[in-house]
Design a protein around this ligand. Sequence first.
Ligand code: SF4
Ligand code: SF4
Length: 203
Amino acid sequence: MAADAAPISNATELSKSSILCLSCGLCCDGTLFAHANLIPEDDDARLQANGFVVFMNKDKRAFRLGCHHHQERRCTLYQSWRPDVCGSFKCKLLQRMERDEISLEQARATVDEALDHSAQVRAQLDALPGVTYQNVISAYAKGKKAEQPDTLPEGFNQAVLNYLALQIRFDRFFRPPRAAAENPAKDLPTNAYDNLKSDGRIK
Ligand code: SF4
Ligand code: SF4
């Protein structure tokens, strides 16, 4: 158990926001982001004691994601000391729920759909011989300029398309505007998600 870990209290005491985040974790497990920035007040000794891998991201300290404190869709440090960003970050979905634009049930359904979609993409990739996740990300991010293996297996293009659809889903429902703007999917027409959905390529 990590140095600052404490048990999570009875679910009936938790706010709607906590219930949502403790059944999601997409911002912790490396799915939405590869790292999280730290603030000066985040204490080096506590970061080290809790096993965070700290590095310099341009001029800011950051730690790598997926986070090893994320287990079975929940943060095992939820009610203990955590880096500031862990308590302050709110994705688009959480913000919408807190503004009462959507219910907890609707928000959880959106998380479940994203998790299903992510698992589907992973299964598609795992079924492709000789193709790495990086090959697909490269094809997605760089298009025709991407370096790829000489022979691409059948199903590669569908996997890239589904990966693209997944990133559009994350940008649309989860990533804040700045993070979404850094995503290559930003160049897609704004109706790309609706087109993929009406084609039946995403649920
Ligand atoms: S992605 Fe959103 S809903 Fe999921 S854990 Fe992070 S802040 Fe909470
Ligand atoms: S400490 Fe918890 S909230 Fe922070 S990144 Fe790790 S799993 Fe997520």
